[in-house]
Design a protein around this ligand. Structure first.
Ligand SMILES: N[C@@H](CCC(=O)N[C@@H](CS)C(=O)NCC(=O)O)C(=O)O
Length: 330
């Protein structure tokens, strides 16, 4: 049996749990104690979730984990059959994991109502029954640690309007999309759906972004409820040779205006060993310190595109070009 060590307030944990459920892979959801300790004890990077395979292997990092499951299980793959759509799914998954996460982190730790709720959610996920003084000390320590990390991930007062505008754009566009097509790439969910799901599921619980989502994009809220356990879904991929739906093109264009230029500026800052990157995003100045992991993400996206056969590139490049993504990826 697989064991998934994670916890409910963690976007990447609920992402992996939804993948395992959709794929009908039996697993135990182990959300007790501090799952981060499980990673450390296994000699893995200290991030959650961690998946224990039936043969005892332990692994973390949700994207490589999703691909490891693809190698072990053929049925109910979350990678579109068409290699051009598979690339777009990888791109939108990464956008979810690495850009939408800024929205998740910002809303959770910026507004007082969200900070208060997050403290309760996190502390009770570790231990629901704690002595009052231990509970408030633990909640405060976690709050202070996360608030102290906000600038590190770009969640600053300066960047706030960009992050909030981008949240509203994603909500509006996804809302239109799921009214016509059940999931991003057809009537079955892709890796991209799960990447977006992880972050948006948390945003659908934390009070400020939840209110915004319910008022503005109720269909997205309902899509999240469906995707949390999609074990009953049997669907088809979109035809990779047909024109992409307008809503997908709009999401890609947004990625080309926000996340991809950010990745390029981040890479340049890493190479130049600069303390800060800054660039214009959605008409405003965005800055933060460079982030090494996102340098790896950028490299992976570029290498994946470069490795695709020419006949796939002939179909994919015009789509990426029209969306303003190609100049960042090729
Ligand atoms: N790229 C990783 C990211 C995992 C991640 O950042 N997890 C967060 C919690 S959602 C974490 O463990 N952060 C470290 C910490 O809080 O100490 C993935 O896709 O799984």
């Amino acid at each position: 049996m697989y064991v998934l060590h994670g916890f409910n307030p963690s976007p990447y944990s609920v992402k992996m749990r939804a993948i395992l459920r959709y794929r009908r892979i039996p697993f135990v959801w182990n959300a007790l104690g501090n799952p981060r300790d499980v990673a450390v004890a296994a000699g893995l990077p200290p991030v959650i979730p961690i998946l224990r395979f039936p043969d005892g292997r332990m692994m973390n990092d949700s994207t490589p984990l999703a691909y490891a499951l693809e190698r072990e299980h053929r049925e109910r793959s979350i990678i579109p059959d068409d290699p051009a759509l598979a690339y777009l799914s990888d791109l939108l998954e990464d956008f979810g994991d690495e850009w939408v996460t800024k929205m998740m982190f910002h809303y959770r730790w910026y507004y007082a109502a969200d900070r208060d709720f997050a403290q309760t959610w996190i502390i009770t996920s570790r231990d629901p029954v704690m002595a009052a003084d231990k509970r408030s000390a633990g909640a405060k320590a976690f709050n202070d640690r996360q608030v102290g990390r906000m600038a590190l991930v770009g969640c600053t007062e300066q960047n706030r309007p960009i992050i909030e505008d981008s949240y509203r754009f994603v909500l509006d566009t996804l809302d239109r999309h799921v009214r016509t097509i059940p999931f991003l790439f057809g009537s079955r969910p892709s890796l991209a759906d799960f990447g977006m799901f992880g972050q948006l599921q948390i945003l659908s619980v934390d009070p400020t972004p939840m209110a915004e989502m319910r008022a503005r994009a109720a269909d997205v809220y309902c899509w999240l409820l469906r995707l949390d356990d999609a074990s009953g879904v049997e669907g088809q991929w979109l035809d990779g040779k047909a024109a992409l739906p307008e809503t997908l093109r709009a999401l890609l264009k947004h990625c080309g205006e926000t996340y991809l230029p950010f990745l390029a500026a981040n890479m340049k800052a890493l190479r130049d060993e600069s303390a800060e990157l800054d660039l214009d995003i959605l008409g405003r100045r965005y800055s933060q310190a460079p982030f090494r992991y996102q340098g790896k993400c950028y490299d992976a996206l570029r290498k994946k595109l470069a490795a695709l056969p020419l006949d796939v590139r002939d179909r994919l490049d015009p789509v990426l070009e029209e969306a303003g993504c190609l100049r960042w990826l090729a």
